[in-house]
Design a protein around this ligand. Structure first.
Ligand code: EPU
Length: 418
């Protein structure tokens, strides 16, 4: 298993371009199952989760081809395997996004239940209840969910909580249902809006994506489309936090500043200077950092996917930062690893109190999930001495060419194979 060896402290400085958003790419890939015509997706990031989704789609009979930096997907005909097997789903929960499109277009889907993961239990009850509300017949057996419907019928469904994957799955199911579907208490993440844009290009009729109520008028069939994925706000946000915490000066190019509002406000609060110009975001860490509290929440709140990275910054800020995680129940696995590097953090329930500033020192640490790994990379950049981060396959799931991007900003990062 590859490791990162990082020599700190480093000041991150320079320009870096955001890759396409992993979490917008995954539903966009699943959406190709909704039509027999080609869907061409640009700006997919070269990360492990995208490769896994591509393998799953190929397994489901989709023909994929790289064409000049984009991916062409063609889900011809209906007579293919409709099963997302355990081997693929266990490595990537987003495989469950194949459920809605499969049952909508092929009338049948058999998808392995994803089970829990490092950051929490993460059930899919809302996806299933929503599909049932559209008339799907759902059975759970042998660790698989099986959904059937001759044709889904539009209906009204209210999510118990805003769920990103649930909203995406239901939108993809409803676009081919007979009649109108109204989804309430939807998640409002920019990745959902991007999926809706793609579906509309494919001929779907969707209103309200990005708001709590989404209305979908079902079509008999959808066609092909070309679509460019939005920039990855979480990847970009990670580099901006790195700039603030290393006293650096980083310009993130090709970003959507509006999608990063809560992070940029918090960076301002801790004392970093944030400037926006022409789709670029410049963050400078030219003052000592001050503590600021953060509470994660569904969009437009502070993203849970940046909580761990922000905690690395909080260890260097003067004062006590309260960091509350409200989206996932077990997303503080980076805390003991940060403590190994010198951080002082108390956790009570879903609140971490970070007492700063504490000098960080390079240590051997272990990555436990994608964003926790990014937190450790940031801490290592700011720490004195060498940090070796094990199990960086977690990072490879979601950060495109991270070590190259960091090196271009002046970091000393080496990937050690084996
Ligand atoms: N939930 C349920 N039942 C459901 C669905 C969700 O109880 O049927 C709960 C979850 O357990 C969680 C909360 O609702 O406590 C929100 O989960 P959500 O469904 O929104 O998360 P997700 O769709 O599984 C996506 C991202 C995650 C990101 C979350 C929250 C993708 C592929 N994944 O997951 O990204 O943390 O939304 O914003 O889009 C990551 O990139 O590191 C990552 C984990």
């Amino acid at each position: 298993m590859d490791r990162f060896r990082i020599q700190g402290p480093t000041r991150l400085a320079g320009r870096v371009r955001a890759s396409g958003a992993k979490n917008a790419s995954l539903p966009a890939l699943a959406a190709c199952l909704l039509t027999s015509e080609p869907v061409i997706l640009g700006r997919l990031p070269a990360v492990r989760d995208i490769l896994t989704m591509r393998r799953l789609l190929e397994h489901l009979g989709v023909i994929t081809e790289d064409v000049g930096g984009a991916l062409r997907l063609e889900a011809r005909g209906k007579a293919h395997d409709d099963e997302a097997p355990y081997e693929l789903v266990k490595t990537m929960r987003a495989s469950v996004l194949s459920l809605g499109p499969l049952v909508a277009r092929r009338g049948h889907a058999r998808v392995s239940l994803p089970g829990g993961c490092a950051i929490g239990v993460r059930p899919i009850d809302q996806h299933l209840a929503g599909l049932a509300a559209l008339g799907a017949d759902i059975h759970l057996e042998g660790g698989y969910v099986e959904a059937r419907a001759d044709r889904l019928a539009g209906g009204r469904f209210r999510f118990d909580m805003p769920t990103v994957g649930g909203t995406e799955n239901l939108m993809m199911a409803a676009v081919l249902a007979r009649g109108t579907t109204v989804l309430d208490n939807c998640a409002r993440e920019p990745e959902i809006v991007d999926l809706a844009r793609l579906l509309v290009k494919m001929g779907a009729d969707i209103e309200g994506a990005g708001s709590p109520t989404v209305t979908i008028r079902g079509a008999d069939e959808l066609g092909g489309a070309e679509h460019e994925i939005i920039p990855d706000r979480i990847e970009g946000g990670t580099y901006l936090i790195g700039a603030a915490m290393t006293g650096g000066d980083v310009t993130l190019e090709g970003a959507c500043p509006g999608d990063l509002g809560p992070l940029l406000d918090t960076l301002g609060e801790v004392g970093a200077t944030v400037d926006l110009a022409d789709g670029a975001i410049r963050v400078r860490g030219d003052e000592p950092l001050r503590a600021a509290d953060v509470e994660t929440a569904p969009h437009p709140g502070f993203p849970t996917d940046l909580q761990a990275q922000y905690m690395a910054l909080a260890t260097l800020a003067e004062g006590t930062s309260h960091i509350q995680e409200t989206v996932f129940e077990n997303r503080f696995q980076h805390v003991p690893e940060l403590a190994r590097m010198g951080a002082v953090i108390d956790v009570t329930g879903n609140v971490a109190r970070v007492y700063g500033p504490t000098p960080l020192s390079g240590s051997p640490v272990m990555a436990t999930d994608l964003r926790a790994s990014a937190c450790l990379v940031l801490a290592a950049l700011a720490a004195s001495g060498e940090t070796e981060i094990q199990r960086i396959y977690h990072l490879d799931r979601g950060y495109e060419r991270m070590e190259e991007k960091l090196r271009s900003l002046g970091a000393q990062v080496e990937r050690v194979a084996g």
